[in-house]
Design a protein around this ligand. Sequence first.
Ligand code: SF4
Ligand code: SF4
Length: 340
Amino acid sequence: MSVPLSQMWTVGSYVLRQKLAGRTRYPLVLMLEPLFRCNLACAGCGKIQYPAHILRRHLTVDECLRAVDECGAPMVSIPGGEPLMYPEIGTLVRELIRRKKYVYLCTNALLLEQRLREGVFEPARYFSFSVHLDGLGPEHDDAVCREGVYETALAAIRAALQRGFRVTTNTTLFDGADPARVRQFFDAMMDLGVEGMMISPGYSYTKAPDQEHFLARQRAHALFSAILERPRRGWRFNQSPLFLKFLMGKLDFECTPWGNPTYNLFGWQRPCYLLQEGYAASFRELMETTQWEQYGRRSGNPKCRDCMVHCGHEPTAVDYTFASWRGFRQAVVATVTGRL
Ligand code: SF4
Ligand code: SF4
């Protein structure tokens, strides 16, 4: 497992402070979407389908920072759209680092080498590229509907690593993924030298046109068990080992969508990164007026029934880690031994 110790300490002490303060709902990672436009057109993407006048717009750096300050989460993930197309991305990242936020810039890496050459970013322990790769070359190029993207991303990862940047990968796995190929992909990422990998099952956005590959819960457990059972020595995951056990069906977590709040052009998105059930004007309004009990599997909401995505369930895994000695011990054992 590979989350750097300083980051573990920051997150652990933050969660403990929330618990000591008696807060049951608190944000862990802010999903900050400064824009929706992208230089790819993946079949499962619910972002790039907005009309052109929305795709042309983006948040200002001030709007982004106001959201970050309002929310207070120790980590900020910048998805999109493609954040490397955001004209102020360098300034935004610098400001977030100045605020000591751990920043994950989620990118398809098509523009990464160019941005590195332009000197837009500097390496920092608070800052990591999180490169979207959904498998080895054929699988990834198929997922993003364009040939050659995998090789471009690999070249960009090498360039970023050579310059001393932290680089992680994020992978969404859909029904029909071949466990053996996914394991080969993990080996390839480790050989490449990335710091850690993040994985999550795919899920049906309401706006996504490609509904046919989304995983039902039982099939997801079977898939992730086949992938993660007997993990190779040396595989490093940049996420909670207890979330991985949840994916395998060894732990059962309910969704805690407030753990990963989403802010974008429309405001604070209810209730999570995936569903769009209205927007709140402030973070406080989001937390206080969202009908949280209407979401998650136990709510009976059909939209949540088969969902196991990381943005809803990884914060639960982190909270569980610090909620009892049992959870803490399970996380430590999995982290130290690498066994899931
Ligand atoms: S790279 Fe991401 S944002 Fe761009 S089209 Fe694909 S899924 Fe959507
Ligand atoms: S289970 Fe949670 S993350 Fe999944 S769709 Fe429902 S609210 Fe969103």
